[in-house]
Design a protein around this ligand. Sequence first.
Ligand code: URA
Length: 427
Amino acid sequence: MTESFDATEVIAAKRDRLELSDAQIDWVVDAFTRGVVADEQMSALAMAILLNGMDRREISRWTHAMIASGERMDFSGLSWPTADKHSTGGVGDKITLPLAPLVAACGVAVPQLSGRGLGHTGGTLDKLEAIPGWRADLDNDAMMRQLEDVGAVICAAGTGLAPADKKLYALRDVTGTVEAIPLIASSIMSKKIAEGTGALVLDVKAGSGAFMKGRDQAHQLAQIMVELGTDAGVRTVALITDMSTPLGLTAGNACEVAESVEVLQGGGPADVVELTLALAREMLTAAGRDDVDPADVLASGRAFDTWRAMIRAQGGDPDAALPTARENQVITAPQSGVVTRLDAMAVGVAAWRLGAGRSRPGETVQAGAGVVLHAKPGDTVRAGQPLMTLHTDTPERFGRAVDALDGGYDIGVEAPPVQSVIIDSVR
Ligand code: URA
């Protein structure tokens, strides 16, 4: 096959701050997927994109080239409307677990193709795999059947959706090029558009525990993704939400499942409930079902029934005891006062180092590892009172987890202002 371009000329164009043409973008994404553009060439191009950016046309074309690299799914044969949610990733972000069954119980099917965690942010599949028997891998037929019967499925994305993104994401992860807005937007939206959902709600995180540390950057990312989705015919809205402190009181795998079950049973931390209901309302509205109030459905226990059906349909036992770690260590408050700061990144790295996450793809994670918080910003503590408990099967990990938390919290005299977890929206 004669190639239309040479990789070095495409890299040089972006290095020299030129716009890439549609033809150059289509070729480079396709040739990379075919193995003609080498990993080191794509890495150089990713760095040039990170440094010099892309305009809206380039981002849109890049997204469509990644969609074209694989298959597209189609949910139009279902008797339900569909809506999906995607979070850009955060610490203690277990929202998908209560949200998918809640929205299904409200009458909108949720096809949630999720990933495993890498680095300090947890993976939804790793969390659910803490449930004895639960399987993440479903083929397309099994997924469709479960969606029709139960209304919710959370499973691993097959290898057929946007394979260019899978290859590129693995390179970005080891070349310091994850944080490029054009690459994040096209990575997320290529998978979501290829998946074929009718409506999409994005949870774009801002703060220390997120890819986007600043609110302006998060807003810019949200705006680009909403435009990409809308242009592709997917009703798309984004909430920008706070990730300066962990969501809820748990960061890990089994402990996050337990907290999600509390929410589905009508309890759970206020911030987790607030965000779950806000995202559910957006998903229902985007799918044309704003006549249903998710708070009523949550209170009725129907979302919990759907959770049980969803877990059973994937081989899991919703009544089985969740695994617990063999060892724990308590961190106590060094002084009396009010917790004024608890850094999401510090807690995320601690949970990861305890064994809840992986540092290389394919590593196994510990189901019982993680951090359980006993106080959050705004809570009053006495000197010596437990602030958090660290859990792991491998106690030699405690030292590095404690190091990660060093400087990760402050105790002062004045309570910080009470703030909603929801900062802004883009529609
Ligand atoms: N999640 C993705 O799927 N892709 C990114 O680039 C970042 C977060």
